[in-house]
Design a protein around this ligand. Structure first.
Ligand code: DGL
Length: 265
């Protein structure tokens, strides 16, 4: 079995990490569109166009499930991808994150840090309110965080001050904070050092959804789930391979091999 995962860059590695921890019978194709990053300041049409191209690439590579490991792409293109690619399940990160936050929050006040696109789309507010209308959701768009994480968080000395200024814009009385951009778990330690709230990383629950879908598929088709000692991951990266390797290795704590430039126009 094969899992296709994509993001605008290194952020989706936070989802890949959880998937690798929970699923030991499927290989992975990871697509990082760092050449077109950040998605969070693009229009919905631009994001949908980029996502459709990536979807085609993953389908051509015969994946059994597509994971949109990007909140912005989930907000902009989940429905578009579901309409276009009907042969495989397509899983976004927002509903899993929303469900986790609802379980975690006691005072029913949830904050979300995300890209400006995700914040403006109101997707977290809408999904959470649909699940339970009693919850209040406060969303903050952080335009500079994703590009800073792509470039290497430590290389910018203003990083912590900027992060604090975004966090300070959220109401003090939230008790739960969703990392509403898959890049943010890469700086989870920094975030935890600044806020004393329950932190929700949607990647954990997303990985459970992927496992559920693959189990369903195995039952339906009779495909054998063959346990691998080591999961093979092929990385297709549109921007700098060196930068991706550097930031990715630091986060995953392992050497990344099989990194390629995808051949798409
Ligand atoms: N990791 C993406 C997300 O979850 C970042 C999007 C961007 O490129 O701005 O939203």
């Amino acid at each position: 079995m094969k899992i296709g995962i994509f993001d605008s860059g290194v952020g989706g590695l936070s989802v890949l990490k959880e998937i690798k921890e929970k699923i030991n019978f499927a290989d992975i194709i990871y697509y990082g569109d760092s050449f077109n990053s950040p998605y969070g300041s693009k229009s919905i049409k631009e994001i949908q166009k980029l996502c459709l191209k990536i979807g085609e690439f993953l389908i051509d590579n015969r994946v059994d499930v597509i994971v949109i490991a990007c909140n912005t792409a989930t907000a902009a293109a989940l429905e578009t991808l579901k309409e276009r690619f009907t042969s495989v399940p397509i899983i976004g990160v927002v509903t899993p994150g929303a469900k986790m936050a609802i379980k975690q929050s006691k005072n029913k006040k949830i904050g979300v840090l995300s890209t400006p696109f995700t914040a403006k789309s109101d997707i977290y507010k809408n999904v959470i309110k649909n699940l339970n209308s009693k919850y209040e959701v406060y969303q903050e768009g952080c335009d500079l965080l994703c590009p800073m994480i792509e470039r290497g968080w430590e290389s910018n000395e203003k990083n912590k001050g900027l992060l604090k200024s975004y966090i300070d814009r959220l109401p003090q009385d939230i008790d739960t904070l969703i990392l509403g951009c898959t890049h943010y778990p890469l700086i989870r330690g920094e975030i935890e050092s600044l806020v004393n709230k329950k932190i929700v990383d949607p990647a954990e629950e997303t990985a459970m959804h992927v496992l559920f879908e693959l189990n369903k598929l195995a039952l339906k088709t009779g495909i054998k789930k063959i346990r691998r000692d080591k999961i093979n991951v092929d990385y297709f990266i549109t921007g700098s391979l060196e930068k991706f390797k550097e930031v990715g290795e630091k986060f995953l704590g392992e050497c990344l091999v099989n990194i390629y430039q995808p051949l798409i126009d």
